[in-house]
Design a protein around this ligand. Sequence first.
Ligand SMILES: [Zn+2]
Length: 313
Amino acid sequence: MDKFSINLKKINTTTILFFSLVVIFIFLVSLCISTFNFNKTKTPENISRNQEKTQEPITTESSVKGASTEAAKPIVTQTQVFRTALSGNEVKVPVLYYHYIGNNPDPKDTQRDALSVNPEQFAEQMKYLKDNGFTTISYDTLYAALKKQTVLPTKPIILTFDDAYIDFYYNAYNILRQYGLSATVFVPTGLIGNPAYLTWPMIQEMHSSGLVSFEAHSVHHYHLASLAPDVVLQELQQSKKDLQDHLGINVNFMAYPYGETSPSVVSLVQKAGYIGAIGTWSNKIQSEGTIYNSPRLRISGSINIASFASLLQ
Ligand SMILES: [Zn+2]
C-alpha cells in the first residue's frame, strides 16, 4: 500500500465517523423534540384548549344515560376557561334558566329576543311542570341531597332567573304563584333599583312569600374570570353581604355572570364563603364534583312546548 492509499483510507474512515456522529446527533435532537411535544400536549391547559375547538354547545340530552355520557366532557354554552367533571354523589335535577319573562319591546334587538320568554309561553311551561308531577326545589335542598342529608321528591326541578329583571315581579312571580312553583333569582346587587331591575322592596316581598330564593350574581355583572383577584373577591363578598343585609338570611350560592369561571375564581368563591356556584354548561345531572360549576339548561324564547317537554326527559 503506497502513501496515497493510506491517506485515502484515513480520509474515508474520518468521513464515515463524522457522518455517523451527525446522524446520531440528529436522531437524539429529534427524540428530544418529540418527547417535549408529547409532554406539552398532555398538560390540562392544552387538553382544555383542544376540547374548546371541537366541542359544540348542546342544549338537549335524550336520556339520563345520555346525560351521564356527557359527564366525561361537560359542554359549555359560553366563553369559558374552566370546566368541571361530574364526580362523587350525583342526582338527576334539571335546572332551567331564564332571563326576561316578557315580550321584547324592541324587535330589532335580537340579543334580547334570545333572552326573552313571553308570559304566555312561560305560563304554558309552568302548567306543563305542574301537570306532569314536577316538584320545584331550592339549591339548599339540592346541596343537602348531594351530601346525603335529605331525599329529593320525585321529579325534582330548579327554576332559575338571572339578572333580577323587573319583569320577574310583574310576570313570572304571578304565574309561579298560580301554579305553586318556587324559583331562584340570581341578583347582581349593584344594579338593583336601576330601571328594568327589581327593587329591594320587591325582593323583600317575594322573599317573604317563601316562594322565591335570592342568591348572588356579583355586584356589577363583570366577567369575573378576567378580573384581578382582589376585585373578584370584592364582587363576591359585597354581593353576598348586600343580600344578607336586606334579607336577614345566609346567602350560600352564586351564579357566575356569563357562566364564566376559572380555578382562581372558584377558590375565591370558596374564600368568600359560598358552598356552591352555578354555571351555564348543559347537563341534567348534578354532582358533588360540579358543586362549584353546576350545570343548567337554557330556555330560549324560540322553544315550543314539545321541545320543552323533551328537554326534561
Ligand atoms: Zn347574568
